[in-house]
Design a binder for this molecule. Sequence first.
Ligand code: NDP
Length: 264
Amino acid sequence: MSIKDYVALKKEEMRKEVSELKIVPTLAIIQVNDDPASNAYVKGKLKDAENIGIKGILIKLDESISEEDLIKEINKINNDDSIHGLIVQMPLPKQINEEHIKLMVDPKKDVDGFHPLSSFNPCTPQGIVDYLKAENVDFADKNAVVIGRSNIVGKPMAKMLTNLNCNTTILHSKTSKKNLEMFLANADIIVIAIGKKWFLDKQTFKNDAIIVDVGINREDGKLYGDARPDLNVKLQTPVPGGVGLLTRLTLMKNLLQAYYQEIK
Ligand code: NDP
């Protein structure tokens, strides 16, 4: 099933589920910047919430806010039982340490999965795993290659694939071309998250490989992935209309999960 169809189906299932709940699941988003990319992401999240029947609350704060005052705002939401999930939209202004802020969100409400004790995995790798499972992908003893080692995508992705019994390798900017090509040629599952337009292109891939393209690269107002589209493999996720949709879906799934944990 295409990612678009899969996401539409899962959202419809959630919409039905939410329509039967007595207390409305509620998501708060704190935004401390006004850049166009963040505005677009926040708008998308609020729209997803609305479509499913989740109440979305946007708290826009002045860009000059101090870290201390931002933490006060976060704590208000942490202590508000009527709010089940909280997102602090990144990036944050320079005067605020993002790593501190990630630790201030109540782990039970941390639907982004950024806190080390969060009830949730980060949304992007979780969304990818859920989709691949729905596609009946076999993980055991498969050679998985993750390119990129960020804390929100590459590293948790590699951990999750390893837990699914893949033989997992993480590659990064210091990996030589020779090793990159060697690992790719033997890979059954490739996840690329580096932010370099069409980095995967002329390398050799197995015909039955799966390429999951996380990259989002903007050029002349258009979006491109980290892999050239239509490589000769069994399954390649598109950009746009691929992993971004899975990430957004997972955020809503996590919010519902946080809701059930809270009202229990
Ligand atoms: P970061 O910028 O935090 O990290 C990039 C990683 O890529 C680093 O580990 C870096 O290696 C590695 N890298 C950079 N250049 C190369 C190279 N030439 N060869 C191999 N590895 C390289 O990335 P994120 O994980 O935050 O994001 C990656 C991409 O995914 C971006 O395009 C981002 O926009 C997109 N993204 C998309 C999401 C979605 O929902 N679709 C969600 C999150 C991100 P090193 O550690 O050595 O520096």
